[in-house]
Design a protein. Sequence first.
Length: 240
Amino acid sequence: MHPRILLVEDTPDIALWLGTALRQGGMAVEFATDGHEADRCLQAGHGFDAVLLDLQLPGQDGLSVLQALRARGDTVPVLILTARASVPDRVLGLNMGADDYLPKPFDLSELEARLQVLLRRQGRTKTSALRWGPLEMKPDTSEVQLHGQPLALTQREAAALRVLLASPQRTVSKEQLHAEVFADESAGLDAVEVLIYRLRKKLESAALVPGPSAGVAITTFRGMGYMLTQAVKPSQAPLP
């Protein structure tokens, strides 16, 4: 399973650049664009393996996010990224619980190296499969099985499913799916809807197996995004 990284950055160009690079390096990246959103993402049970945290954020600054995180007893590694390069700022961030500090501008290779060090130090490099109910994805090959049977997916369908599996019981926005699956391609947000439609149909078809086991569905939550849910078998469906 790829390490899950929360990237907290309010500058779209920087977020896209970093997110694309980290995904190409085998990491699953989720985004927060302000301090309040970051704090919500980092509540108990968030499941992130590391946090890249900008300090100058709208709504709630990065140090406040870090302070609240450590006050909850959360030890997830935090790498601060900021234009505040003075020694007092660095010392303050480290004293408040940051694991490392990288001033902007920085070299991408240095960021990746420091992040890998934090992941290894915390033993957060994962190799287990992604699972949700009867659905399983192998970490290295992206091979997918439903009820123990192979499920044939295109590369993009598998990429979208990986994002959904990495955020169980949480909605994934259309924008996040677009950023992680289509990256720098010119496809618009409508492409996400088409992709989810195809993936949903394949999951529904594969779920039509004998026995009581429930399948897996992709549920749309209007204005919020998509989430994996338990599918209701025809025999279980309520009468009209």
